[in-house]
Design a binder for this molecule. Structure first.
Ligand SMILES: Nc1ncnc2c1ncn2[C@@H]1O[C@H](COP(=O)(O)OP(=O)(O)OP(=O)(O)O)[C@@H](O)[C@H]1O
Ligand SMILES: [Mg+2]
Length: 299
């Protein structure tokens, strides 16, 4: 600590303020989910990952969508192994990590949350150690999930450091987003950190209106504050990129969708720094799996 720093600390103490928190050591686990299927979760996850990477962050995508796991197709890769291989000690964590188009790293889940709850002590120790390796080698772990209400999804949301709820302006999508959040709150006394992403809006006005309705409904009926992460417009480049199995952020960097991703990253990262000064540090990926296991024991 140099002299100026020491002086700042001292002044802070005099003023009764804490010095700014150090960057959290644990990776932040963010679950991306939705009520209705097909609203753009996987595309958002992948392109948000690229946006974070462009901002100098290390990101790993973990695919926990069991029913329609296909983010790997968007990334142009066919995973050889998945987390079940780590559970059965057939592979180490680095063997199941694949690098997709544009250098994004990816781990296929392939496991039921129940699998984690039935582990013996020795397997748990091995798995925890492997997971621990990820903790220090990445800043963000983005979890792509399936849609719809299930206990499995509730557990994943409650074990994450934060959740991004993807919705479109369609009333069915908004209603299903609300239904998922309502169910999550039935399983906890705490307020999970949830951010809202509006996708496929025709214009910014429609996006803002969608966010406003969902935010006020959650505030009034669930006493849950949804922070607005941002919005993505309907953009034909998204479909074109899907067909080419390339992320739109890489294929069409000047598209409206890519500009929105940049804008989202631009406002999201400073917001995290602000939160980290006061809020508990993220529990990270090890904390995530420990919580999932503890839910199994208590139910
Ligand atoms: N902003 C957008 N503009 C235009 N089309 C979009 C946009 N976002 C998503 N789409 C279209 O919606 C399709 C579904 O997107 P995606 O696979 O990301 O949804 P999902 O929520 O992950 O679906 P699932 O619930 O099946 O996992 C894409 O293939 C694309 O055609
Ligand atoms: Mg998907």
């Amino acid at each position: 600590m140099d002299q100026a720093q020491r002086l700042r600390e001292y002044m802070n103490q005099l003023n009764g303020t804490k010095s700014p928190a150090k960057p959290p050591a644990a990776s932040r686990v963010i679950t991306i989910t939705s009520g209705k299927g097909g609203v753009g979760k996987s595309n958002f996850t992948l392109n948000f990952a690229l946006g974070l990477k462009a901002a100098g962050k290390r990101v790993i995508i973990l695919d926990l969508d069991l029913s329609t796991a296909n983010i790997n197709i968007l990334m142009g890769i066919t995973p050889r192994y998945n987390l079940v291989d780590v559970l059965h000690q057939r592979q180490g964590i680095w063997d199941v990590l694949e690098t997709g188009t544009s250098g994004i790293e990816y781990i296929a889940g392939g496991l039921e949350i129940d699998d984690l709850m039935q582990l013996d002590d020795q397997t748990t120790a091995f798995f925890a150690n492997q997971i621990q390796e990820l903790q220090s080698s990445t800043d963000f772990i983005l979890i792509d999930t399936g849609a719809g209400v299930s206990k499995e999804l509730v557990d994943i949301i409650l074990a994450s450091d934060e959740t991004i709820m993807v919705t479109t302006p369609e009333p069915t999508s908004m209603a299903d987003s609300y239904a998922v959040l309502k169910t999550v709150l039935q399983f906890t006394d705490q307020k999970p950190a949830v951010r809202l992403l509006v996708n496929r809006a025709q214009n910014y006005r429609e996006a803002a209106e969608t966010a406003k309705v969902l935010q006020s409904t959650c505030r009034n009926f669930l006493k849950l504050e949804l922070k607005l992460l941002g919005s993505l417009m309907e953009d034909s480049h998204v479909r074109q990129a899907v067909r080419a199995q390339t992320p739109f952020y890489a294929a069409y960097p000047n598209s409206t969708a890519s500009k929105s991703i940049k804008q989202i990253v631009y406002s999201y990262l400073p917001d995290l720094d602000e939160v980290s000064v006061t809020a508990a540090p993220p529990a990270g990926i090890r904390g995530f799996f420990e919580k999932i296991r503890s839910f199994g024991k208590s139910s």
